[in-house]
Design a protein around this ligand. Structure first.
Ligand SMILES: Cc1ncc(COP(=O)(O)O)c(C=O)c1O
Length: 441
């Protein structure tokens, strides 16, 4: 059981009856004459009739376009942060589009390698990499290992010496910046489990260790990741400014600013583009005296995948409690989207049969789990004619939904479908009840 975060507390946001903003849908979304939604030429209700609900539907061309934007924006290239969403098909797509892949555990590394991505194209993260994870990374020739602690350096020295290899590493630094975002996804402040602090002298000590003649690694750059879902480019600019004095004397070829670019989830939000993000970092780097010969790189996750997908559910019950609220229960919930419970994140809801309709009815969309906290959208606006059996969708669910999914209450995990040029393909099948038993001995 998760602690009850009281998701129904607080003042409701101002209510807006307007249709779902088009910008929250994937690039390939179109609303047909009758109001029906299609994505990449695939009618969403027809797709749902075929594969069932809940289901994650990703616009493949949207994903590919965002990858290309990231590769084009950064002089040092870009790594896709696979924690946002990973499966074999995604790893293959990202690799085909020229991004390398940030993996933060042995499991993510395993999936990327299983998809055929060469080790050289991987960047291994993690604040507690095991000796086995490091050994696999060294063995697979992982492109860069981002070292996070002195204990990890001890382990890496042993592993590299045993393998007779000299892995390339970057140093994870916490620049002492408090990004404007939820405290659970803030990672650049001094008080952090990640990386080496600038202020504490930890980063300088780690450089000394890594540059010791006997240390069998090659230090190739500095890395900082200040947090996630950040709208203000100012936070990235501050991070670069804070890193400049440390980075410059090291005379290293690469500075990576991590991921963290925010995306709009609800009406009224807007986020910088990947190109604007890169331009702001470039300018801040120049202002800090970091010349164009330094490769500037980044690791976006959310900005690549979030708005590429929608989740479709089926409405099972509509319960009106007079003068309290109307609960609309769907066949998924916190097991396919834990972000509202974890961070109080907001989402929109709409009906794919009437995707352009006004939404005057205020309801609370909840899942089927045994928790009052199992809320997907607290004050959702939906059309008046909503009925049991309707397919209800939430947009911008491509990041940290499927990847954070659980089988809580033994609810099988939802499948993932990619749509492109009028066709669909299931890239992760629906979990079955038998799958739920597959680990039991
Ligand atoms: C080291 C690192 N890089 C990149 C990311 C990706 O962040 P986002 O999905 O916000 O772009 C994360 C997210 O936690 C991270 O920890």
């Amino acid at each position: 059981m998760l602690p009850d975060p009281d998701p129904l507390a607080g003042n409701p946001p101002p209510l807006d009856h307007s249709p779902l903003p088009r910008g929250l849908l994937p690039d390939g979304a179109e609303i047909g004459g009758g109001g029906r939604l299609s994505i990449a030429g695939v009618d969403i209700l027809d797709l749902v009739a075929e594969v069932g609900t809940p289901v994650f539907v990703y616009d493949e061309e949207h994903l590919r376009r965002r990858c290309r934007q990231a590769v084009g924006a950064w002089s040092g290239g870009a790594a896709y942060a696979s924690k946002a969403f990973l499966c074999r098909a995604m790893a293959t797509l990202v690799h085909e589009e020229g991004m390398s892949i940030d993996v933060s555990t042995g499991g993510e590394m395993h999936v990327a390698l299983a998809a055929g991505v060469p080790g050289e194209r991987l960047v291994l993260h993690g604040n507690n990499k095991s000796e086995a994870e490091l050994a696999r990374a060294v063995d697979a020739g992982v492109g860069r290992i981002v070292v996070d602690s002195l204990d990890e350096i001890d382990r890496l020295e042993r592993v590299a010496a045993a393998a007779g290899r000299r892995p390339r590493v970057m140093l994870r630094v916490t620049p002492g910046i408090e990004a404007h975002t939820h405290e659970y996804v803030m990672t650049g402040q001094d008080d952090s489990k990640f990386g080496f602090g600038l202020a504490s002298g930890g980063a300088a000590e780690a450089v000394a260790r890594l540059r010791d003649r006997d240390c069998p690694v090659e230090l190739t750059g500095v890395h900082a990741h200040i947090g996630s879902q950040i709208f203000s480019l100012d936070s990235f600019e501050k991070a670069v400014a804070a890193l400049g004095d440390f980075f410059l004397p090291l005379d290293l070829p690469e500075l990576c600013i991590g991921g963290g670019l925010g995306v709009a989830y609800v009406a009224g939000e807007s986020a910088p583009t990947i190109a604007e993000w890169a331009a702001a970092v470039r300018e801040a780097a120049a202002a800090a005296g970091i010349g164009p010969e330094v490769l500037l790189s980044a690791e976006p996750g959310r900005a690549i995948v979030a708005s590429a997908a929608i989740t479709c559910y089926t409405v099972g019950t509509i319960k009106h409690i007079p003068e309290v609220r109307t609960y609309v229960s769907v066949d998924g919930g916190m097991s396919d989207n834990p972000r509202p419970v974890l961070y109080g994140s907001g989402y929109e809801a709409f009906l794919p049969r009437a995707a352009g309709a006004v939404r005057p009815r205020t309801v609370t969309v909840v899942g089927k789990h045994c928790e009052s906290g199992d809320v997907i959208v607290r004050d959702a606006q939906l059309p008046d004619d909503l009925v049991v059996g309707d397919v209800l969708a939430t947009p911008v669910t491509g990041a940290y939904g499927h990847s954070m999914a659980s089988t809580y209450n033994k609810v099988p995990r939802a499948p993932v479908v990619f749509v492109r040029e009028g066709t669909s393909r299931v890239v992760v099948r629906r979990e079955t009840f038998d799958d739920l038993l597959s680990l039991d001995l």
